[in-house]
Write a protein that binds this ligand. Sequence first.
Ligand SMILES: Cc1cc2nc3c(=O)[nH]c(=O)nc-3n(C[C@H](O)[C@H](O)[C@H](O)COP(=O)(O)OP(=O)(O)OC[C@H]3O[C@@H](n4cnc5c(N)ncnc54)[C@H](O)[C@@H]3O)c2cc1C
Length: 380
Amino acid sequence: MADVLVIGAGLAGSLVALELARRGAAVELLDAGQGDGATAVSYGGVPWWAGAPGPMNELMASAPLAWRELEQRHGPLGWSPCSLRLHWSDADADGSSALEQTLAQVETLARRHLGADQVERLDPTPASGGRRLLRLGYGRVDSRQLALALPLALERAGVRRRRGHCGPLQAEALPARQVVLAAGAGCRALWPALPDRLRVSWAGLLRLDAGPLSHELLSGVALSEPNDILMPLMARRQALEQRADQLQRPQWIVDAGLAPWGEGLLLGQSSLVRPGSCCGTPPEAPSLELELRQALERIDPRLGQVPGSLVQVPVSFCSSGPPLVGPVAEAPGLWLLAGLSSPFALAPALAAILAAAIGGEPWALERLPGARAQASAGWS
Ligand SMILES: Cc1cc2nc3c(=O)[nH]c(=O)nc-3n(C[C@H](O)[C@H](O)[C@H](O)COP(=O)(O)OP(=O)(O)OC[C@H]3O[C@@H](n4cnc5c(N)ncnc54)[C@H](O)[C@@H]3O)c2cc1C
């Protein structure tokens, strides 16, 4: 029997399973395996220098080192330094000063952490359709490569993987002595008493698989470079998530971005957030696809026409406060790893600390953002 059962084999569950196995625990990793989770189609951006002041900032800053260490232990997982290219046009300013303010804030923050040579404004060219660009030092984990590498890494680490859907958990009858709930948008169905601030959005994007067209676009989109992530300067997803508590009706945004995905491409990013904490159904595919294509056309006319397939996945996030990482007070032996913002920057560090806490190390319990409760730790 496993010492620890981890539920959810996305980024969060897989990384904590690897850390638990490294600490000598017998780990089982259970996943429903029904289609893509958010991890499989993520842009995988690692904004390691862009954390807001606070306890998570230090952990975010350690992300490049944490990914390199993970790769030393488990082989290539898709990490690489890259640039983030933020695009805008004068028309985006819409008469307000918000664009100039955002630009100044991002440049100041990036210069402080990266140095001036990693921050560059690029003038518009005829090929860029008049759009301007800010290029910043960044990092990314290729989610296609990660999805291919993780099963092998888990197997080599001795983690037992099992496909299956886990039903609601009961405090008095947990399926293992220690259970980690890392099921992303599925967490609330398993443990309904989670804080209201843990919410779910529906993300939509176009996925273009590897082929001559993706190759041509990867090297030929005027605003981008093959290994870089392109996003609008005024990206609206994060702001929508922060407004989630005040929403009276569903709201959705579309950001015109692009990220490499193995030899293919991920295009655009929409986000639907509903009032309340219920996941609900995804938005209607035809109207969503139309909006995505219209937004993409503005950065390169070819992107509006690509034969990419529409993918929709639920993504969990916390509308406010720290992520939910730590023991669940009402259920000794139950632990949470959910609601991370910038999870590709935070998950490596938080998974390692959580694994140490589950192993009974008091220092680790104190460092967990969601660890106000008494924990029942250890497996031996
Ligand atoms: C288009 C897009 C772009 C993004 N860009 C970035 C970015 O640049 N940087 C960044 O940091 N983040 C980004 N994100 C967010 C990030 O990808 C996700 O927040 C993160 O991958 C979530 O990981 P997770 O392990 O918590 O959840 P998931 O990857 O969703 O995994 C949860 C797993 O739990 C399983 N599960 C659920 N319920 C059950 C059950 N009852 N029983 C068994 N298994 C269950 C599911 O099958 C799934 O495999 C992006 C997301 C999207 C969609």
